[in-house]
Write a protein that binds this ligand. Structure first.
Ligand code: BGC
Length: 889
């Protein structure tokens, strides 16, 4: 291996992206070296139109730039052109004077950079429709001729509704639920598909299926339809470049034909009905006779709102086989997938023409073991397949998804065999970055459940749940979970897209809708801890990926949220008015209420302080010093008012709830003796409850953090390892495979908490994940040097664990932090720090004199800058490399 290498080049977080419309994209790379303490001292980037032009025709050459920046370097070459591939390569010099070879060549390809390049027309099917009903989906087709040698062909496509594209009978790409869900009135994504290989000399045909989806299908529990419009439409351009340099554009227009087909109904919540007898074989091929098809109409719709795909696409990422065929006491035929999953079933069947097979999905069986759909509320989650009677037929839906572990079959001919069924797991296909594992099997299952909660609910937007008639981008859920999510997967593009939608849907006065994209009828908005997503989410992307550009872009949105709060109520420094969800689902709620006992104004004022402090830090990061000073001063005034209003001088909090104490501590609202008393009281409240939590959505994510940060790590461990209700592990002991919305979704006697609010795939309480990574395994980023440029490693040994380890593929490369206790009472801490980063490592209770690194005294170890003994252990700063520390406990 070369001593120093540059690898994994990315442009806007993606490897070789095709179809981006960022005018000045950012380039990132990773340094790889076997040596310790490797830092980049300089880099050089070259960009050209093709690899053979690097030597004589550069579009951008930075020359040797003295800088340690290897993440988010902004392209500053000549203005980019549309529909163009740019290749780039990078080399670096290290501080030791080593230099790398040029990296392998990577590329990015631009899409349509200006709206005027959209010359195609939006078209709709000329078929009479009732917008109030779920109706058959539309199929569009156009035949065209190719005459000459094609050098390259690329499609740009989007729709009002969800589309699937085909060319000459082949599905184009593997992205699902395109064009994705954005704030459709102001932002609509299009996708870019290179299709050179799919074209044929002579006659060709394009096909497009379009369903209602988020655009006009049923959304929300109030039976809304047509949230963005009442008519489906498509827009497409196929750019063909011939070897001789000439160009041809095939585009949607009123020469296209339209028809209905086998998909008789398709709804995100309710499922799909597919009548295979109505298939039109060859409908998307050249020689299909479309004389019986309807025409299409050109319609007006903005092209100014078109944006290239920002997020990774949704895809089938895994296929599961059912583990069991169950005959329930009620006589139902039910498949058990063994995992609560999101996606759909692929079935294979042999039945006579007209045989109707109903495939219904549910998350749990009831106490008696029967199929249970009560918690789905109005969502039908039912796919219907009608056989054509031509031997073995296979089916899976296209524009709907289900949240389920159990599948009820009706009408299936004969005895179903497990191998005839496959569960297709669908999610936004994000890079897996994190791994957490420990010696406690139930905690490992909890981590599994957190990950599956994320997989199931990150379907283009961060949803609350994937099964009932919601599946909406609830802001509160997203903000509590985002840090955990950013460990498990690379969520930067996912949240970049979503916070832009938040900004797009934000009210003029800075208020934030409860769900993003906003589809709720506006009776209320701007609840504390929900609307704060406007600030917390961009900040967390900055923390986790060092993404300053997103902070800058969102700054106005963040600021207007804080200014909105500032203008509420009758006290400038408290938030004591308006509607709030409160400590949602807290166990100290009054009977028949979802709102925990912590007063809303306390929660709202605490979050007011928190968002203000993050905004002040953001202003500092962006060099807006006058704003920073304004919000720093506002923050201290809110803090002061918070104490006046809610805390007695002796440190008694006005609300004797766990959540009130957690917030005061988490957001640094109290100090000195007051703080000590609040910590003590929190511990008492937990002890009085026999080491059980009572917190809801607001308090739960922070509970263990404040305990561990305030000298009560053992209490945090007791809570996390608690197996009886209410606790994180109670659902695990009940066989949960995802996170539950309620601590007692299924009670010990097998009965359910309730029908109307009982999701078994709700990631919010999965926010404990970031404590597992950050505290138990001890892996975190420094908040001043974000994106893991400077890493904080502080593993915590504690009762109940023999070992714990975490890894994170950061923007700089792989970080590992793990510890184990040996039989001889030693404590071994193993860490890996990627090149071009540094770390501060705290080794609890270690002594410098006896501390070893890879078997040698810590004083002899290579790569270490400083070592410091303090009362509670040793703190070391070090450079990149793998280290193994051994301490006597
Ligand atoms: C959702 C939550 C959401 C809440 C608002 C629920 O129906 O499922 O997760 O945050 O409403 O309080």
């Amino acid at each position: 291996m070369q001593p120093l290498q540059v690898m994994q080049l990315t442009c806007e977080y993606r490897s070789n992206p095709v179809g981006i419309d960022v005018i000045q994209p950012r380039l990132s790379w990773k340094l790889v070296s076997e040596r310790r303490n490797v830092k980049q001292n300089a880099y050089q980037i070259q960009v050209a139109a093709a690899p053979d032009l690097f030597d004589n025709q550069l579009i951008w050459d930075t020359g040797k730039v003295i800088s340690d920046q290897s993440v988010h370097v902004v392209y500053e070459g000549a203005a980019l052109e549309s529909r163009t591939r740019y290749v780039y390569r990078i080399r670096v010099w290290s501080e030791h004077g080593q230099h790398s070879d040029w990296s392998e060549t990577a590329y990015w390809e631009t899409s349509l950079l200006t709206p005027s390049e959209w010359t195609a027309d939006w078209i709709t099917a000329n078929i009479p429709r009732d917008p109030e009903q779920a109706e058959p989906i539309d199929m569009f087709r156009a035949a065209f001729q190719i005459d000459g040698q094609v050098s390259r062909a690329v499609i740009y496509a989007t729709s009002l509704g969800l589309y699937e594209l085909s060319l000459n009978g082949n599905r184009v790409g593997d992205a699902l639920f395109t064009p994705g869900w954005t704030s459709y009135t102001s932002r609509l994504q299009y996708q870019t598909y290179p299709v050179t290989e799919l074209l044929k000399d002579g006659g060709n045909a394009l096909g497009m299926m379009v369903a209602d989806g988020w655009y006009k299908g049923n959304l929300g529990w109030q039976k809304q339809r047509n949230c963005y419009g009442s008519e489906r439409a498509v827009l497409l351009q196929l750019h063909i470049t011939y070897e001789d340099g000439s160009e041809q554009i095939i585009k949607t227009g009123d020469n296209w034909k339209a028809s209905e087909g086998p998909i008789r109904m398709s709804e995100l919540y309710h499922g799909e009905t597919y009548d295979a007898r109505l298939e039109q074989n060859g409908w998307d091929t050249w020689d299909y006779d479309d004389s019986g098809w309807s025409g299409t109409n050109v319609r007006e719709h903005s092209k100014e709102i078109l944006i290239a795909q920002e997020n990774n696409p949704a895809r089938i990422v895994e296929r599961l086989q059912p583990i069991e065929l169950i005959r329930t006491p009620a006589g139902e035929t039910v498949l058990d997938m063994g995992q609560n999953m999101v996606g759909w079933m692929h079935i294979s069947v042999e039945g006579e023409a007209g045989r109707t097979i109903t495939i219904q999905h549910a998350e749990v069986l009831d106490k008696e073991g029967n199929f249970y759909t009560g918690n789905l509320r109005s969502a039908k989650q039912t796919n219907v397949y009608i056989c054509k009677g031509e031997g073995v037929e296979t089916y899976e839906p296209r524009f709907t998804f289900q949240g389920f572990r159990y599948v009820k079959l009706e009408g299936y001919p004969g005895e179903p065999k497990l191998e005839q069924f496959t569960g297709c797991v669908i999610t936004t296909d994000l890079e897996t970055t994190g791994h957490f594992e420990c010696s406690h099997p139930l905690i490992n299952q909890l981590q599994h459940n957190i990950e599956w909660g994320q997989i199931g609910n990150f379907l283009d937007v961060p949803t609350d749940c994937p099964q009932r008639d919601e599946r909406l981008g609830w802001t509160g859920d997203a903000q509590v979970f985002i840090r955990t999510a950013a460990f498990n997967r690379n969520v930067a593009p996912f949240f970049t897209k979503w916070v832009r939608d938040l900004k797009a849907d934000q009210f003029r006065d800075g208020g934030v809708p409860h769900v993003i994209p906003d589809v709720l009828p506006q009776d209320t908005h701007s609840s504390s801890a929900w609307g704060d997503a406007a600030v917390i989410c961009p900040w967390t992307v900055y923390l986790s990926y060092g993404d300053k550009r997103l902070l800058a872009e969102q700054y106005d949105s963040m600021k207007s949220w804080v200014d909105y709060i500032h203008s509420q109520g009758d006290n400038t420094y408290l938030w004591n008015s308006g509607f709030h969800f409160g400590d949602w689902l807290g166990l100290d709620a009054k009977e028949n209420s979802y709102k925990g006992a912590t007063p809303s104004d306390l929660i709202a004022s605490a979050f007011y302080a928190y968002s203000t402090s993050l905004l002040a830090q953001t202003a500092r990061v962006l060099g807006k010093s006058s704003d920073a000073a304004t919000y720093e001063s506002l923050y201290s005034k809110i803090k002061e008012q918070f104490r006046n209003e809610f805390v007695s001088p002796a440190g008694r909090l006005c609300a004797a709830t766990q959540t009130a104490h957690v917030l005061a501590l988490m957001f640094d609202l109290v100090e000195g003796e007051q703080k000590k008393r609040i910590v003590r009281t929190l511990v008492e409240l937990i002890e009085e409850n026999s080491f059980h939590l009572t917190t809801g959505f607001v308090g739960t994510p922070y509970l263990c953090h404040v305990l561990s940060d305030n000298g009560q790590h053992d209490i945090a461990l007791k809570l996390v390892l608690q197996e009886s209700y209410p606790s994180w592990l109670y659902p695990v002991t009940q066989g949960a495979t995802t996170m539950w919305e309620h601590w007692d979704g299924v009670k010990a006697d097998g009965s359910f908490w309730s029908d109307n609010m009982n999701s078994f795939n709700h990631y919010a309480y999965g926010a404990i994940g970031d404590w597992l990574y950050q505290v138990v395994a001890g892996l975190d980023t420094d908040h001043q040097s974000t994106g893991y440029k400077h890493i904080k490693i502080r593993p915590r040994v504690g009762q109940g664990f023999e070992y714990a380890k975490a890894s994170l593929e950061s923007m700089y490369g792989m970080i590992r932090s793990g510890w184990e206790r040996t039989e001889h009472g030693e404590w071994i801490v193993s860490i890996t720090i990627p090149a071009n980063t540094t770390a501060e490592v705290h080794l609890q209770d270690a002594r410098l004199e006896t501390l070893l690194e890879s078997g040698r005294s810590i004083f002899e170890a290579e790569g270490i800058y400083t070592r410091q003994q303090s009362a509670d252990g040793v703190t070391i700063t070090l450079g990149s490399g793998s280290y193994q520390f051994t301490a006597n406990q």
